[in-house]
Write a protein that binds this ligand. Structure first.
Ligand SMILES: NC(=O)c1ccc[n+]([C@@H]2O[C@H](COP(=O)([O-])OP(=O)(O)OC[C@H]3O[C@@H](n4cnc5c(N)ncnc54)[C@H](OP(=O)(O)O)[C@@H]3O)[C@@H](O)[C@H]2O)c1
Ligand SMILES: C[S@@+](CC[C@H](N)C(=O)[O-])C[C@H]1O[C@@H](n2cnc3c(N)ncnc32)[C@H](O)[C@@H]1O
Length: 437
C-alpha cells in the first residue's frame, strides 16, 4: 500500500514538452515493453492534474484504437482542477481541488490493499511529497533530451534524501530507477538498515565543514533563554539537564562540556552548581572564545578550553563529576566513532559522576521515524514556514547522523552507567547516565 509517482522522463528531467506533447516518448515503443503492465496491476486508485487529464482527453481517439476504450484506466481517478472539465462516459472520475491530504484519504480508501498512483504532473507529485504522503518515485529515463518542458519535479524536494532501491534496463533504451522516500539515505536510516548500506555516510559534511559552519554561527548559540529554535523543547531541556546535574551530583566540582558552543549549558548548570571547575571542548575557536567571554562573569572557579574534535581529544580517566554533551553527538558517524567517544567520556567520569545528553535522536522503527519526521516538519513549518522547514531538513540530511535513544542508552550501559531519561519529544531527547560508585 504505497503512494507512488510513476512516470517517464527525458534524460534532462522533463516529463512533457512545453506544449504538453509526449511524442518523444510514445515514439520509443509501446508501454507493453516497459514495466507498466506489472505496475498498473498493483494500482488501486489514481491522482492526476488537469493538464495530464486533458492530454488523455485529447488522445481518446488513439486510446479507442489501441485499447478499445477512450479511457485507459479501470481504477477510479481523482483529477485535480479548479475549473469545470468535461467527463468521459464509462470513466470513474472525481474532480477535486485544494489540499491533497483530503483527496489522499479518499484515494487510500478506494485503493484498498493496492497502491495509489500519482500520474503527474511534477507539481502535483510535489504536493503529495510536501504533505508527507509520497512513498516512492519510479522513473523511466528515456534516451532523449528536450532542453525545455514540464519538469519531473519543478522544485527542490525537502526532507530526507531519496534512497535508490532498484535500477532496471527496459526496452527501447530506457532505464527504470526506483527511489524510496521513506527515511532516506544516511542520517535518517535506522541503524540496522544503515549498516547494510555500502557507504552509509557518503556525502555527509566533513569535520572541517562542520567547524567552518559553526565558526560563522556563534550568535545563534548564545541565547540562554531560547536555545535553538529548530530544536524541539530546547529551553526545557537546558533547564532539565542543569537541574538533573545539580540534583544527581550535588557535590560536583569538575564539569566537562563537550561541543559546548557558546557555553549555554555550562552557564545554566553553574546556576545550580556554582563554583565549578569547567573544561570546554569544541571544534570551533570562535565558539570557545564566546563561551570564555560569557563565563568570565560567571561563578566558575576555573575555565579551560580545548579546541579540537572530541574523537581525538585526550581525557584523563576519572577527572570529571559532570559531563554535558548537548546537540553535538549527532555529528558522530559510524559505530566506531560512537563507541570510542561514549567509552572515552564514560571513562573520564569519576565514580558517582554523571553524563547528560540532549540531542536529536532517530527512532528504531522506520514507521515511528516517519511519524516523528512528519511531526517535526509540522513543528518547523508552524514556527517559520515551509521554506524554513525545508532548509532545516536539507541541513540535517547533509550534516547530521543521529542515533536512536535506545542505541545511546545501550552504549552508556555498556560503559558502566546506570541510565535515566529526562524528556523525549518529536525526535529530541534529554537523557543521561550515572557511573556506579
Ligand atoms: N512522461 C510521462 O510519463 C507523463 C506522465 C504524466 C503526465 N505527463 C504530461 O506532463 C504534463 C504535466 O503537466 P503539468 O505539469 O501542467 O501538470 P498537471 O499536474 O497535469 O496539471 C497541472 C494543473 O492541475 C491543476 N492542479 C494541480 N494541483 C491542484 C490542486 N491542488 N488543486 C486544484 N487544481 C490543481 C491546476 O490546473 P487548473 O486548476 O487550471 O485545472 C494545474 O495547473 C502533461 O502534458 C502530461 O500529459 C507526462
Ligand atoms: C549545535 S551546537 C551546540 C552547542 C551547545 N552544546 C548548545 O547546545 O548550545 C554544536 C557544537 O558542537 C561542536 N562540534 C561539532 N562536532 C564536534 C566534534 N566532533 N568535536 C567537538 N565539537 C564539535 C560545534 O562546533 C558546535 O559548537
Amino acid at each position: 500500500m504505497k503512494t507512488q509517482y510513476y512516470t517517464a522522463t527525458s534524460l534532462d528531467g522533463f516529463i512533457a514538452t512545453e506544449d504538453g506533447s509526449l511524442d518523444w516518448l510514445t515514439s520509443l515503443g509501446s508501454p507493453g515493453e516497459t514495466s507498466y503492465p506489472e505496475f498498473i496491476a498493483g494500482v488501486g486508485a489514481l491522482a492526476m492534474g488537469s493538464a495530464t487529464y486533458e492530454w488523455l482527453l485529447a488522445h481518446s481517439a488513439e486510446m479507442i484504437a489501441e485499447l478499445g476504450s477512450a479511457w485507459p484506466y479501470t481504477q477510479p481517478a481523482w483529477v485535480f482542477t479548479r475549473r469545470v472539465l468535461p467527463t468521459l462516459a464509462g470513466a470513474d472520475i472525481r474532480f477535486v481541488q485544494g489540499d491533497v491530504r483530503q483527496a489522499h484519504a479518499q484515494l487510500r480508501a478506494a485503493a484498498g490493499s493496492k497502491n495509489v498512483w500519482v500520474v503527474g504532473g511534477g507539481d502535483l507529485a510535489g504536493q503529495f511529497h510536501d504533505a508527507g504522503l509520497l512513498d516512492e518515485v519510479i522513473v523511466q529515463v528515456a534516451p532523449v533530451t528536450l532542453a525545455r518542458g514540464k519538469p519531473l519535479f519543478p522544485r527542490r524536494l525537502a526532507g530526507p534524501a531519496m534512497r535508490l532501491t532498484e535500477v532496471r534496463r527496459l526496452g527501447a533504451g530506457l532505464v527504470e530507477l526506483r527511489y524510496d522516500l521513506r527515511g532516506g539515505a544516511g542520517a535518517t536510516r535506522p541503524v540496522w538498515e544503515r549498516a547494510a548500506q555500502a557507504e552509509p555516510f557518503a556525502g555527509k559534511s566533513s569535520v572541517e565543514d562542520i567547524r567552518r559552519r559553526f565558526d560563522a554561527d556563534v550568535e545563534r548559540f548564545s541565547n540562554l533563554e531560547t536555545g535553538q529554535t529548530a530544536t524541539v523543547d530546547a529551553a526545557l531541556a537546558l533547564g532539565l539537564v542543569a537541574e538533573a546535574a545539580a540534583r544527581v551530583t550535588p557535590g560536583a566540582r569538575r564539569l566537562l562540556d563537550v561541543g559546548c558552543g557558546a557555553g549555554n549549558f555550562t552557564l545554566r548548570t553553574l546556576q545550580g552548581l556554582p563554583g565549578l571547575d569547567v573544561t570546554l571542548i569544541d571544534l570551533s575557536e570562535p565558539m570557545l572564545a564566546r563561551a570564555r567571554e560569557r563565563l568570565s562573569a560567571s561563578s566558575a572557579s576555573a575555565v579551560r578550553t580545548v579546541q579540537g574534535d572530541v574523537r581525538s581529544v585526550d581525557l584523563t580517566a576519572g577527572s570529571f563529576d559532570v559531563i554535558i554533551a548537548a546537540a553535538v553527538l549527532h555529528h558522530l558517524r559510524d559505530d566506531a566513532d560512537w563507541e570510542a567517544v561514549i567509552g572515552k567520556l564514560a571513562d573520564s567520569l569519576a565514580p558517582g559522576g554523571a553524563i547528560w545528553v540532549f540531542d536529536m535522536v532517530e527512532a528504531d522503527l522506520p514507521a515511528v521515524q516517519e511519524l516523528t519526521w512528519r511531526r517535526y516538519g509540522e513543528y518547523l513549518a508552524s514556527l517559520r514556514g515551509a521554506e524554513y522547514r525545508d532548509d532545516v531538513f536539507a541541513y540535517i540530511a547533509r550534516e547530521d547522523s543521529p542515533r536512536s535513544l535506545t542505541y545511546q542508552l545501550d552504549l552508556l550501559r555498556r560503559y558502566g552507567l546506570a541510565v535515566e531519561v529526562l524528556h523525549v519529544n518529536t525526535g529530541f531527547a534529554a537523557f543521561g547516565g550515572v557511573k556506579r560508585a
